[in-house]
Structure formats: C-alpha cells, structure tokens
Design a protein around this ligand. Structure first.
Ligand code: GBH
Length: 495
C-alpha cells in the first residue's frame, strides 16, 4: 500500500544513535553507601516535613547502584546504540572538591561502562544532572564565582577516570532548570528563591564552568580520547498566544530567557547575552533602583571563552506552550525572570486539545519537534544536534498507548526536520526505567520499564512502549501498525 511505501522511505540512517536516558539521583539509590557524600537532593528530600509530592526520597530509587547487570540487560533487550546517564558528583568526590577521589564510586561507573561496552552500547555521560554536592551548595553553589574552577577540577577527574571509554560528554543537564527553578525560584533544589538575581548569577557561572570543562578537554584530552563535549538545553516549542505584537514580543523574550540565555553565548554568531533580553533586564533593574543590571556582565574575555565551546547542540524536548504578554502581574515575584520579560507561559487551557500526560506541564503538539528545529536552524545555523531527552509520563500500568503515540509522533516530526536539512544524529528517550521524578516523587512514571517499588529487588518489567521502541530501533522505521504480540522480552542476536 501507499502508506507502507511512505513509511519505508522514511528510514533513520544506520549510524543514527538511538538511546535511552536516566540520571544518577533519579535511579541509583545507595545515597550514603561506600563513601558517597551528601548532595542537594539528599538534603532536600530528607527535610521534615517533606517537600516531595509522595514524601519519597531517592535513597533507594530504582537501586541501580546494585543492578548493573539488569540495567545493561534492559539496554540489550531494547537494542540501544547508546545509554545516557549522569555521574553522581558526590559519589566520586564526596565533598565536591577534587582533593579526595572515592574509589568505590569510580568503580561503580567503571563496572557499568565496561558492561555496556561489551555489547557495544555507547555511554553518553552527563557530569551534572542537578545533584550538586551539598558542601559546594553551602558555599553558594553555582552562585559562587569560584564554581567554574570547582567544576573544571571535577571534569578533569571524570575525563581521567572514564575518558578512555566515554566519548560523549554532557557538562550540564538543563541549565535553565538548574538556574531558574533552583536559584531564581523554589521549585527545585536548592530552593533558593533569589528571583531576578540568583538565576542570572547562576547562568554566568554555569556558562563559564561549561566553557572551562570544554577547553580543558580540548587542550588536554581531545587528542588522545577523541570524544565530544556539549550540554543539554531544555527546549519547549513556544508560540505567541495571539498574533498581537505584544504576545509576539513576549514570546521572543521568553525564547531568549529560557533558551537563548544559554544558547546564544555558545552558538550564536556574536558572543555574549541575547541582545533584547540584556537590554530589558537592564531597563527593569534601573527602574527598580538597582545601580547596575541584575544580569552580570560578561567581559570580552569571558564571552570569548564561552563562544563556540560545544561540539554539538544537545536538546531536551518534551512539550509545547503558549506565551502571552503579562505586565505587572499581581502576586508575581518581583524581581524575577518572568517579571523582567513581562511574559506569562500558558501550558494548557488554550483550547488546542493537545494530548496531556500525567505531568501537568506535559502536552503533545504533533509538530513541536520540527518547529523546534525550524527555530534552532534559524538562530544558530546548521549545528549538529542530539536529542538528549524526550519522553512521556503516565500514572502507571504496562499498556501505555499514549506513550507509544507520543514517541511515534515526536520521532515522525523529527524525521520531518531531518528531511528539511537538520543534522540530527541521535535520540535519547526519557527514560529507560521509572525513576524519582524530583518534586513529584514516584507519582509520575516515564519508563519503558516499570520498576516495582514494593519489591526490595526493584524488579523491572517492560511496558508496551518498550517493544515499540525496540522495533523502531531494529527496523529504523516508525511503523504505525506495529503491535507487539505478547509482552515477552528477549535479547536479539548480536546484542
Ligand atoms: C527533564 O526536565 C529532566 O532532565 C529529567 O530529570 C526529568 O525526569 C524529566 O525531564 C521529566 O520531567 O517547570 O516550574 O513547572 C524536563 C523539564 C523541568 C519539566 C521542571 C517540569 C517542573 C517544574 N522539567 N518542570 S516547572
């Protein structure tokens, strides 16, 4: 039939990297075992009363610290080309500083990477997926101007220990979420709530830390290790609520404040902060009586260090939203990033009938992925792209048809972007297995594999979506009619 022919002609290249992703705090457990130090999520989840939806913690989580064999077996069952996870900084450097390396922590990752590489599964490794060592936070964390040096020291330890086998580094996962939600706001650890100030201090130091880690790799490790270093930026598809000039401007500023603030300094033609955003924050700061802009300057030297400091553009793409102009909103934190840009993000209630996940913020717009690439191609001109995360939450259950619909839709939209010329080289689905969903605890499930939290062994069971993803990886085709016959998983020949 015509449909089958279309499907067949839209094939992913053989060297396209299909993977699945997780992150240390969300899966590992063993929070205080074998010398691991305390991090900011340990501190937050142990607070009484608990700030987590179901009062849970990541103390045990999916217990991946004790489940290397099963985790790699799942990767083989799915036929993954790559697996993305993160290093727990506190497991490797218990105080955060590089004076003492915890060998037991290093060994956990050695065993994991060696086991993966036996089966040709590429590790894609994030250095910091939100679980900052608590002693560094006590000194201000990313707001401390020495943070870039601490991060450079840690990245050296990681390159030394694992760079012979890890060829794919992600310095930071979602800078916007780290800085805006953790420093400007209180929705993520360390819950600083220093609106309009903390997120900008964090942004500058994060970019400098990333750039230092990049240049360290470039000057001392690239020639022998031959890998890539970049970062993963959270990108929603943002549309103006109406076609009014005000909403259009608000939407552009929202893009600059959530995407451009981390992307422009690295990937735009000109170094430095996004222009309109910088001007807007300066104006607001002056009007509020601040003697200088709350957005710290980047010196020419700093801007140059950051500019071009990435071998690829890493994208975490989940969802879509609309942006409206919103001036002087009552009850809004002042100063704050959203107040600075006079905008409001509207996640639902705009009459679009987008399919919704179990998470309040997660909706499926059928073309969001290709729209994201249109925007990026225009702003940053023909980068090499990797999707570092993309996924769908449910409340549970093994028959996850909405998740199947999500992956097929998003991957089709990504193929549209590739046909239009975007150089997309890989896709990491979030997530290999259910895990600790930050403030939502275990109430929202993102896994291809269900994890039984009642069972001390944390048994993992594949969902329907696991079979569908496996079929896509194996055939390199998105077949809309494929139905797994029975949910019996096995490892294919050659995996
Ligand atoms: C990713 O964040 C994370 O990298 C990953 O660890 C996480 O498990 C996964 O997605 C699923 O959430 O924005 O104030 O409404 C995606 C971006 C940031 C979306 C936090 C939800 C909730 C707080 N997420 N956000 S807010």
């Amino acid at each position: 039939s015509g449909k089958t022919k279309d499907v067949d002609s839209r094939k992913f290249p053989d060297d396209f990297l299909f993977g699945a992703a997780t992150a240390s705090y969300q899966i590992e457990g063993a929070w205080n075992e074998d010398g691991k130090g305390e991090n900011i999520w340990d501190r937050l989840t142990h607070r009484d009363p608990s700030p987590i939806a179901d009062n849970s913690t990541g103390d045990v989580a999916a217990d991946s610290y004790h489940n290397i064999d099963r985790d790699v077996e799942m990767m083989r069952e799915l036929g993954l080309d790559a697996y993305r996870t993160s290093l727990s900084w506190s497991r490797i450097l218990p105080t955060g500083f590089a004076d003492h390396i915890n060998e037991a922590g290093v060994n956990y990752y050695n065993r994991l990477f060696d086991e993966m590489l036996k089966y040709n599964i590429q590790p894609v490794i994030t250095l910091c997926h939100w679980d900052l060592p608590q002693p560094l936070q006590d000194l201000g964390g990313l707001a401390n101007p020495l943070f870039p040096e601490w991060f450079e020291d840690y990245s050296r330890v990681a390159y030394e220990a694992f760079g012979d086998r890890v060829k794919f580094w992600v310095t930071f996962n979602e800078p916007t979420q780290i800085c805006l939600l953790g420093y400007g706001d209180t929705s993520m650890a360390p819950e600083l709530g220093a609106g309009g100030i903390g997120e900008y201090m964090c942004a500058k130091n994060l970019l400098l830390a990333h750039a230092k880690a990049y240049h360290l790799y470039d000057s001392e490790y690239r020639s022998t290790q031959a890998g890539q270093v970049g970062l993963a930026i959270h990108i929603t598809y943002n549309q103006p609520l109406t076609d009014s000039e005000e909403d259009r401007i608000a939407s552009e500023l929202y893009n600059q404040a959530t995407i451009g603030i981390y992307s422009d300094p690295i990937f735009a033609a000109e170094p430095g902060w996004p222009k309109e955003l910088k001007q807007k924050i300066a104006e607001k700061s002056a009007a509020q009586g601040f003697p200088r802009s709350r957005l710290p300057e980047l010196t020419d030297e700093e801007a140059k260090l950051i500019h071009g400091s990435s071998d690829y553009y890493g994208i975490n793409h989940y969802t879509t939203l609309k942006v409206a102009s919103a001036v002087n909103v009552s009850g809004r934190r002042v100063p704050s990033l959203m107040d600075d840009i006079d905008a409001e993000a509207i996640r639902n209630g705009t009459g679009e009938n987008w399919m919704q996940a179990a998470s309040y913020w997660l909706f499926l717009h059928p073309e969001s992925m290709s729209k994201v690439f249109e925007m990026l191609q225009e702003r940053y001109k023909d980068q090499v792209y990797y999707i570092m995360e993309s996924g769908w939450s449910t409340a549970g259950g093994l028959v996850d048809d909405d998740r199947v619909t999500y992956y097929r839709t998003v991957l089709n939209s990504m193929l549209d972007a590739m046909e239009a010329g975007a150089r997309v080289k890989g896709y990491m689905a979030w997530s290999l297995m259910d895990n600790f969903e930050w403030k939502r605890g275990y109430t929202e499930k993102f896994g291809f594999y269900e994890v039984d939290l009642e069972d001390p062994a944390r048994t993992r069971t594949p969902r329907k979506s696991a079979f569908v993803y496996k079929h896509i990886i194996k055939t390199r085709i998105i077949d809309p009619d494929y139905e797994p016959e029975e949910f019996v998983m096995s490892i294919d020949e050659g995996h």
